[in-house]
Design a protein around this ligand. Structure first.
Ligand code: ADP
Length: 621
């Protein structure tokens, strides 16, 4: 038998250090994590055994056993699940393969509470053993392999581990924790049992513990201490909120409670159960890596775990949802490829989508504050649905909330329905403005005239907004319009006023056009402005200037489009331009009117130095 000592990857040592320090106030979580791994291992074996019944025939009952030894000061968690080969041990517990964990390390703030929350979101599960143990031994053999293919792994969590070949008679994995000196409480039956009940009652396999006799375990008398029925298969009325929450935490690797959940059984030609949760806080990698590693939505077939199938069960914009889908009639030996083309699964996916949207609607109606928390974390993800899911576009739009000229400052509280409710009779337009910050949106000169008339404007400043609005052109029969785009006569009276003003200002307009030359597409009198001297007006399909700037900064080729410059002839600066006889001076004023319009629109000045020189000349008179 060979024994060797290996070093952990540097990151493992780092994670170990952090886990032990930040989980300090949640010590008993190590049990939840180890039981969750044991349960996954049983799930995996049950699934493999569908095609190879021999794997389990010698010991068919999958189970988890927990015991303690007060003299040796150990706690062990054993499962007769899939087990690990030597290579798997090295790959799974000697390295940190997941890019999520690497990102986790990068995200650490040094603040213990925040860090502990992050750890929960990553499920660095196994390492939590070192919170309470100063040495951990793993003895494992993969199901189907011969006895001598067993492995013994051991580490004190300080940078190295030993690996040894070993005869292991029973398949599966035993994790032995050598408890730290001050962790006596876990060497007691009741502490262990209470923690198991609290965190792992829902586990679908029996969890057994020996009964206690004189403070010691009685190895001849094992009792099942959990309900051992899959939580989702129990009737709703018998499940407490706490059980739902504990199940969520184990499933979603989250420390926080779920925001809400929905549990349903569909009976019929195709029967299935769904239990879907919406988290409170985004997992750390939702926006960044979330697309590659969508975890936390598990597909079962008649209580047999099949695979993580988030992509097959929910559209991408609902990727924050966690949960379980248990179908009665799918073929058990499905592969991912088969799943993707399965018509039944399409129906299940549509049902899950509907359930999550129903749930969000309910929360938005009944618990607006909770819903605001949800939107703060997931609002932008949800907006992707406007583009991705045309069938549910209206339902998704109904859930969105925005800042508004009639809202509460920067808080995003106004829905399209709120807007329509107060827009007044006979109105058919929902006005909005986009910018790259709330302040820039709220200060847009383009919305001055609407504001003066008491017309509400939604203030959109999330990056996805502009893209989303390209697909959302109406809501509930009302047209969505960007205040910065297109022509702008509001009603007949305005139109007449505008025509009169344009006629009067015709010489000024012509002169400004010739002064600015090809820097502008056109110049005209504005119907949008009341306070500012100038603004840009875009054509319907023009890219918003702030977005064009972002895309250019990101290295993209964005076609130059020349905006229309609109002037407010009532403004003193514009009057000064009209009265200026010196062409050079008039050129400076016209240039500044264009440049300030560009700045408020979030565009990038083509020639900042020229702008500064112009401004200085005008300031100095
Ligand atoms: P996670 O469970 O989030 O993947 P862990 O650090 O808890 O992270 O475990 C890492 C991997 O080690 C698991 O994904 C699994 O492949 C393997 N593993 C852990 N515990 C067991 C076990 N009891 N039986 C079989 N494999 C296990």
């Amino acid at each position: 038998m060979s024994q060797e000592t290996r070093k952990f990857e540097a990151e493992v040592a780092q994670v170990l250090h952090l886990v032990t320090h930040s989980l300090y106030s949640h010590k008993e979580i190590f049990l939840r994590e180890l039981i969750s791994n044991a349960s996954d291992a049983c799930d995996k074996l049950r699934f493999e055994a569908v095609g190879k019944p021999d794997l389990t025939s010698d010991d068919p009952e999958l189970r988890i056993q927990i015991t303690w030894d007060p003299e040796a000061r150990t706690v062990s968690v054993r499962d007769n699940g899939i087990g690990m080969s030597k290579d798997e041990v090295v790959a799974n517990i000697g390295t940190i393969a997941s890019s999520g964990t690497r990102r986790y390390l990068e995200a650490l703030s040094g603040e213990q509470k925040a860090d502990a929350r992050l750890i929960g979101q990553f499920g660095v599960g196994f390492y939590s053993a070192f919170v309470v143990a100063d040495k951990v031994t793993v003895i494992t053999r993969r199901a189907g392999e011969p006895t001598e293919a067993g492995v013994r792994w051991e580490s004190d969590g300080k940078g190295e581990y030993t690996l040894e070949d070993m005869n292991v008679t029973e398949r599966g994995t035993t994790v032995v924790l050598h408890m730290k000196a001050d962790e006596d409480e876990f060497l007691k039956f009741w502490t262990l049992r209470a923690a198991v009940t609290k965190y792992s009652d829902h586990v679908a396999f029996p969890i057994r513990m020996p009964v206690e006799k004189d403070g010691k375990p009685d190895p001849t008398d094992w009792q099942t201490i959990n309900s051992a029925s899959a939580l989702w298969s129990r009737p709703k009325s018998e499940i407490t909120d706490e059980e739902y929450q504990n199940f969520y935490k184990a499933l979603g690797h989250d420390f926080n409670d779920a925001l809400a959940w929905t549990h349903n059984r569909v009976e019929g030609s195709q029967s299935f159960t769904t239990l879907l949760y919406v988290p409170e806080q985004p997992p750390f990698d939702l926006m960044m890596g979330g697309r590659e590693e969508r975890k936390g939505l598990k597909l079962y077939i008649k209580r047999v775990f099949i695979m993580d199938a988030a992509e097959e069960l929910l559209p991408n914009y609902l990727r924050f949802a966690r949960g379980v889908v248990d179908a009665d009639d799918l073929p058990l030996n499905v592969s991912r490829e088969i799943l993707q083309q399965n018509r039944q699964l399409e129906r299940i996916k549509a049902a899950c989508t509907k359930r999550v949207l129903d749930l969000l609607e309910k929360v938005s109606r009944d618990e607006p504050e909770k819903f605001a928390t949800f939107l703060a974390g997931f609002g932008n993800t949800l907006k992707e649905g406007i583009v991705e899911d045309t069938a549910n576009r209206d339902r998704i739009a109904k859930l969105l909330r925005f800042a508004s000229t009639k809202g509460e400052g920067a808080a995003k509280t106004v829905s399209f329905d709120d807007y329509i409710g107060r827009m007044g009779e006979g109105k058919d337009t929902i006005w909005y403005v986009t910018a790259d910050s709330y302040a820039a949106a709220a200060g847009s000169p383009q919305l001055e005239a609407l504001k003066a008339k008491g017309i509400e404007v939604l203030l959109m400043s999330d990056r996805v907004d502009e893209w989303m609005l390209g697909y959302l052109t109406e809501y509930d029969g009302k047209r969505l319009r960007n205040v910065a785009k297109g022509e702008f006569p509001l009603d007949e009276a305005d139109k007449a006023k505008q025509e009169a003003a344009s006629a009067e200002a015709a010489p000024l307009i012509e002169r400004t056009k010739s002064l600015l030359g090809d820097r502008v597409g056109d110049v005209r009198v504005s119907a949008r402005l009341t306070d500012s001297p100038s603004c840009l007006a875009l054509a319907d399909f023009d890219l918003a200037p702030h977005l064009a700037r972002l895309l250019r900064e990101a290295g993209q080729d964005v076609p130059e489009s020349k905006a229309v410059l609109e002037l407010n002839p009532e403004h003193p600066l514009v009057k000064r331009l009209a009265a200026e006889t010196d062409d050079a001076k008039a050129g400076d004023i016209a240039g500044l009117l264009l440049e300030q319009a560009e700045i408020t629109a979030g565009a990038q000045l083509a020639d900042p130095a020229a702008f500064v020189q112009r401004m200085n000349r005008v300031l100095l008179g």
